[in-house]
Design a protein around this ligand. Structure first.
Ligand code: PBG
Length: 332
């Protein structure tokens, strides 16, 4: 005979599927997913070596993928261009070419799928010959205010092409306010701004830089003079508060899984629409382990996405968006 028994038994609620379902706090759905896609000038599709299953797409192929995404009820796509080396320059002028790849892709998407949200990346790295997100001085330092002027032109060009959301991922100071003002003056009052507010100088972006070809241009240089130090947390709150004050409609934390403490702090502090980028390196890690048979891909991917939402994200940019939406549909 035992002397004492616990009256409180948390395991009671875990005993059966019905009571586990009743007390589940976080439920991931397709509504939480944004699908990042790479577009190139070439015909057809080209695989990204360090991201198995991810491909660079022509505009025609992009439309096929968009149809699948819309069918799966994914709310939005985020576009990332692969710029040909000859289109890159010191002044990044191709970034605001109204006939540029991103602009054509946005126009094609919005004409075919008007309901599907289209997000564009505002940053100069696909267009600079040196691979930095901004314009540089003779020492290679990224110039803030000159870069902001260029980003304003780029964002306006995206808005004119029909982008629903422009997403500055460059981390220059003051760019949200300048872009907001320019959009208002140009009658794009409905164009939303998703600010990459807390974007860290992370090594997890490696596969993305392979995908868009900025790794070779960047060489040994890094982005530590504008992206945040992974060691910092208070600074993220300061960045978010500035971007919200300047008119950001949505804010982003990037990368995802190693930064969930930041997500929770930001959501608690501001209660603003908060998004997380599960970046290329996070995807590549899960993918590599899955290919080796070391992890169950479906389970770990859905667990990671649920954990990001549990930490406070309203939505996640993820290369797993199509797969996750399919898996969620199968298990519904
Ligand atoms: C560049 C940009 C990067 C990513 C999105 N926009 C890379 C970088 O800052 O070098 C990374 C996304 C990913 O790794 O999936 N403006």
């Amino acid at each position: 005979m035992r002397m004492s028994y616990p009256y409180v038994r948390p395991r009671r609620m875990r005993r059966d599927e019905f009571s586990r379902r009743l007390m589940r706090e976080t439920v991931l759905t397709a509504n939480d997913l944004i699908y990042p896609v790479f577009v190139h000038e070439l015909a057809g599709r080209a695989p990204v070596g360090s991201m198995p299953g991810v491909e660079r797409l022509s505009v025609d192929e992009l439309l096929r993928v968009a149809e699948t995404a819309a069918e799966l009820r994914i709310p939005a796509l985020a576009l990332f261009p692969v710029t040909a080396p000859e289109a890159k320059s010191l002044d990044a002028a191709a970034a605001w070419d109204d006939e540029g790849l991103v602009q054509r892709a946005v126009f094609a998407l919005k004409s075919r799928f008007p309901e599907l949200g289209v997000i564009t990346d505002v940053a100069l790295d696909p267009y600079t010959s040196h691979g930095q997100d901004g314009l540089i001085d003779e020492n290679g330092y990224v110039l803030n205010d000159e870069t902001v002027d260029a980003l304003v032109k780029q964002a306006l060009s995206h808005a004119r092409a029909g982008a629903d959301i422009v997403a500055p991922s460059d981390m220059m100071d003051g760019r949200i306010g300048e872009i907001r003002a320019a959009l208002e003056m140009d009658d794009h009052i409905h164009t939303r701004i998703l600010a990459y507010s807390a974007k860290y100088a992370s090594a997890f972006y490696g596969p993305f830089r392979d995908a868009v070809g900025s790794a070779a241009a960047l060489g040994k240089a890094d982005k530590a003079t504008y992206q945040m130090d992974p060691a910092n947390s208070d600074e993220a709150l300061r960045e978010v508060s500035l971007d919200l004050a300047e008119g950001a409609d949505m804010i982003m934390i990037k990368p995802g899984l190693p930064y969930l403490d930041i997500v929770r702090r930001v959501k608690d502090e501001f209660g603003a629409p908060t998004f997380v980028y599960q970046v290329s390196g996070e995807f590549a890690m899960l993918k590599a382990a899955a290919i080796n048979g070391w992890l169950d891909e479906r389970k770990v991917a859905l667990e990671a996405l649920t954990a990001i939402k549990r930490a406070g994200a309203d939505g996640v940019l993820t290369y797993y968006a199509l797969d996750a939406a399919r898996w969620l549909r199968e298990s519904a």
